[in-house]
Write a protein that binds this ligand. Structure first.
Ligand code: F0G
Length: 460
């Protein structure tokens, strides 16, 4: 053990949650009953749930103690003042709007900024942010640098937006037709890849040059700050908190899903510097979420979040968090499995274009893999590819392809042990060894929008 970094988890386990053990024939039946959509599997039938790192963290003893300090007054509860102070201290932003998760914060921000026909620009919008831009009549444009879409290319900051493309896009559309710039840190859709401070500063310059508002989607801000500490010259001696503050200082505000780096099961916020926008946001908040000092959360939730936002900045916590994600990823790399490189902050992404090249995207290789993984070991992963982001027109036969076809193994924070990661690694390897036997899927039923959440599939 070195004198600065712990060799194992910097915490011990006080409460355990038993997991149900099922057999392969049982899981085959469960998968079929779930119409081959992993969202339809009852969570109790999942052994290792890597569906998401969102809202799935284990809270600390201090957070649980904070729950007991919940003040459930309608207006002005003490927990709100704790949270407001914490968020101002970490972000440096002047005004805070509490929300019950990330998407209402996105809804409020886009209600303020998006006008029909205008474009909003990002490295990559998360699905709900994309939908929030679209449902205000806006056009969401992803301008991630090309390296971010090549799973096999090693680059320290694959979440970076392409600054040249950003500027030429603004020039060709006209800045009056651009509503805002929003940078997702870390970039979830390509595997939790970080954005450099150099890139954020360059976005700030472009935003200033064209008079555009610039926000962060800060769901995984602390993981992003940690990668800057490890990878960006000049930052190794700075704390995660100092780096995070510098990231936030580049933007005019942020949306936050606290279900990730807030280390809580529910919560979110919008933080802003502009008082006029803040007043508008407050009136939307009251219509949509609740009063300005609770925003759809209980007082106890506000307290747990206030504590979690400080815990996530702890270097020992974060070193171990990223170590575990990379422990799983490196086992897969050693077995020759094509994963998104370098390994990201909250997940390991398996590249189905390389892993299952015999299944065309329109036959949903991600979903075929996820079904096989669940049946093999009771591990639940999610497909982020054609079913989620692509479309096929049954009339014309035209297919719009998703640029990426990735299965995400998202690791909840402080929840599973390395032994669980070993189970996942050997299960993925087993499926990899039999990959030629895997067949594609076809859609039996799907809704018009966000179809991957509820579609019914069957094996071909
Ligand atoms: N932004 C990012 C980058 C996200 O990853 C998410 C959620 C949101 C916004 C929306 O936040 O769920 O609190 O409303 N991501 C989850 C995931 C669902 O599994 O990646 P929310």
């Amino acid at each position: 053990m070195t004198n600065s970094l712990p060799a194992a988890e910097p915490y011990r386990i006080k409460v355990v949650e038993p997991l149900k053990i099922t057999t392969i024939p049982e899981r085959e039946q469960i998968m079929s009953d779930a119409k081959y959509n992993i969202f339809n599997i009852p969570a109790e039938d999942v052994y290792i749930d890597l569906l998401t790192d969102s809202g799935t963290s284990a809270m600390s003893q201090d957070q649980w103690a904070g729950i007991m300090l919940g003040d459930e007054s309608y207006a002005g509860c003490r927990n709100w003042f704790h949270l407001e102070e914490t968020i101002k201290d970490i972000t440096g932003y002047k005004y805070v709007i509490p929300t019950h998760q990330g998407r209402p914060a996105e809804n409020i921000l886009t209600k303020i900024h998006i006008r029909p026909g205008m474009s909003a620009l990002s490295n990559m919008f998360f699905d709900t942010t994309h939908a929030n831009v679209q449902n205000k009549g806006g056009i969401a444009r992803n301008l991630i640098a090309d390296q971010g879409l090549d799973s096999q290319l090693d680059h320290p900051f694959k979440g970076n937006i392409d600054i040249t493309r950003l500027e030429s896009f603004i020039q060709s559309e006209g800045s009056q037709n651009i509503s805002m710039i929003l940078i997702t840190v870390t970039c979830n859709n390509n595997g939790g890849q970080p954005v450099s401070l150099e890139n954020l500063r360059a976005v700030r310059k472009v935003a200033d040059k064209y008079g555009l508002p610039f926000f962060l989607d800060a769901a995984r801000f602390a993981e992003n700050a940690y990668f800057i500490k490890l990878r960006e010259p000049g930052y190794s001696g700075k704390s995660i908190k100092e780096i995070a503050r510098e990231m936030f200082s580049c933007a005019d505000g942020c949306t936050m899903s606290s279900k990730k780096d807030g280390l809580v099961n529910i919560g979110g916020f919008l933080a802003l510097n502009d008082e006029g926008l803040f007043r508008q946001a407050q009136s939307f908040l009251i219509q949509m979420e609740g009063f300005i000092t609770y925003g759809g959360l209980a007082g106890r939730d506000l307290e747990a979040l206030s504590i979690g936002l400080n815990e996530v900045l702890d270097e020992h916590y974060m070193a171990n968090r990223v170590r575990q994600v990379h422990y799983l990823g490196n086992q897969l790399i050693e077995s020759g499995i094509p994963v998104m490189k370098p390994l990201g902050g909250h997940c390991v992404m398996l590249d189905m274009k390389h892993l299952l090249p015999h299944i065309p995207q329109e036959n949903f290789p991600c979903e075929a893999f996820c079904a096989a993984l669940y049946i093999d070991s009771g591990t639940r992963a999610i497909g982020l590819g054609q079913l989620a982001f692509g479309s096929e027109d049954p009339q014309t036969g035209q297919i719009n392809y998703s640029p990426l076809e990735l299965v995400r193994l998202a690791i909840p924070r402080r929840v599973y042990t390395d032994n669980h990661m070993n189970v996942v690694a050997s299960s993925v390897s087993r499926i990899y060894d039999q990959r030629e036997q895997l067949r594609g899927m076809r859609i039996v039923w799907a809704p018009d929008m966000l179809r991957h959440f509820t579609a019914h599939l069957e094996p071909m």
